[in-house]
Design a protein around this ligand. Structure first.
Ligand code: NAD
Ligand code: UDP
Length: 350
């Protein structure tokens, strides 16, 4: 296995047998790693990190909620490959590790074709678990805090079994991700596979799709344009926002943890804010003249969300380093650099 934890900033020479890094050292035994959903917001950062560590990275994506520009800067690297593929169809690759991030993550986009969302989390996950079993690969699932539904327990520990409406409009995502966790655990018990389940809480940062429809990207897009900021409901519902670099660090630590650390493990920032507080902070950090307007709360919108990260601290020695104001500043700075006309809304629901 490879040099875990070693971050290589510059790869001078790369081959499947190893990489010659900036200071002249030869790093052998690189891993072949597939990242599904690798062109998305989180996936593209994960690919960047793994390519930088010298691994042989295969990014698989159907570009439903992303575009090639997210990984265009990696295409020239000898240890990066991009495949347009939908995980609902079988995939045949020889790999050491699989990170499964493929799934629309924003409510508007995952509700656009709910049956497809469910297929992605069930049929897609069965395909990837089958590939992992054949290759004896370690496999990571990007699960979600949505498995807790609208929680009666606060903050949410991994032991909490959740309160999901199985017939609501969010169920295609919430129940799909719950079924994916079930499949991971069943493959683990039946086939003794190496699995990792990560429950991700709301994450934001540069490279979020501007028409993603999630709250941080919506508010920043609106604030930059001087438009009204759309608060759904009374704005008193809460979320806890994690900066993307903290999250990706959590992913890597979980994947590289001892095999008995299968998860589920919560990864998120416990700092809890109301949506109204978030809107006010975006306006303040941007210095925007935008006004707050209140719109109807979407069905099954949960009232609160905050991770209990005790397990991540204990098993991964992980905790978030970037607080909300700093992360928003970085995200706003990135949004200022992009040409919004280059982005196509994935669905009309943003
Ligand atoms: P994203 O929409 O930017 O990325 C998802 C990627 O998966 C996109 O590139 C999309 O095109 C691709 N994809 C979707 N369906 C696919 C399919 N059938 N086959 C192949 N590719 C497919 O969202 P993200 O925020 O980067 O989320 C990544 C993962 O993390 C998702 O699985 C999501 O459920 C999970 N997650 C994210 C958050 C968050 O706050 N960002 C929170 C909880 C869970
Ligand atoms: N939200 C909002 N205005 C928007 C987009 C979202 O007030 O323009 C609210 C939404 O109703 C929810 C919270 O922000 O209460 C987080 O929404 P998001 O879609 O980002 O994530 P999720 O609901 O899945 O946590």
């Amino acid at each position: 296995m490879s040099n875990y934890g070693q971050v290589l900033n510059k790869l001078d020479v790369w081959s499947p047998h190893g990489a010659l890094v900036g200071d002249g050292r030869f790093v052998s035994q690189v891993k072949r790693i597939v990242v599904t959903g690798g062109a998305g917001f989180l996936g593209s950062h994960l690919c960047e990190r793994l390519v930088g560590e010298g691994h042989d990275v295969i990014c698989v994506d159907n570009f439903f909620t992303s575009q090639k520009s997210n990984v265009a800067h990696l295409l020239g690297q000898a240890n990066f490959e991009l495949i347009r593929h939908d995980i609902v169809h079988p995939l045949w690759l020889e790999v050491d590790e699989i990170y499964n991030l493929a799934c629309p993550a924003s409510p508007g986009h995952y509700q656009y074709n709910p049956v497809k969302t469910m297929k992605t989390s069930v049929i897609g996950v069965i395909n990837l678990l089958g590939m992992a079993k054949r290759c004896n690969a370690k496999v990571f699932q990007a699960s979600t805090s949505e498995v807790y539904g609208d929680p009666e327990v606060h903050p949410q520990p991994e032991s909490y079994r959740g309160s999901v409406n199985p017939i609501g409009v969010r169920a295609c995502y919430d129940e799909g991700k719950r079924a994916a966790e079930t499949l991971f655990m069943d493959y683990y018990r039946m086939h003794k596979m190496k699995i990792r389940i990560c429950r991700i809480f709301n994450t934001y940062g540069p490279r979020m799709h501007p028409f993603d429809g999630r709250v941080v990207s919506n508010f920043i897009r609106q604030a930059l344009a001087g438009d009204d900021i759309t608060i759904f409901g009374d704005g008193l519902q809460t979320r806890s926002f994690c900066y993307r670099d903290d999250l990706v660090e959590g992913f890597i630590r979980l994947m590289n943890a001892p095999d008995e650390v299968t998860g589920p493990i919560n990864i998120g920032n416990p700092g809890e804010y109301t949506i109204k507080q978030l809107a006010e902070m975006v306006i303040e950090v941007k210095g925007s003249p935008s006004k707050l307007v209140y719109e109807q709360l979407p069905a099954d919108d949960k009232t609160r969300g905050q991770p209990d990260i005790s397990l991540a601290k204990k098993h991964l020695d992980w905790g978030p380093a970037v607080q909300l104001r700093e992360g928003l500043q970085k995200t706003i700075d990135w949004f200022k650099t992009i040409d919004i006309d280059q982005y196509r809304p994935p669905t009309p629901n943003y």
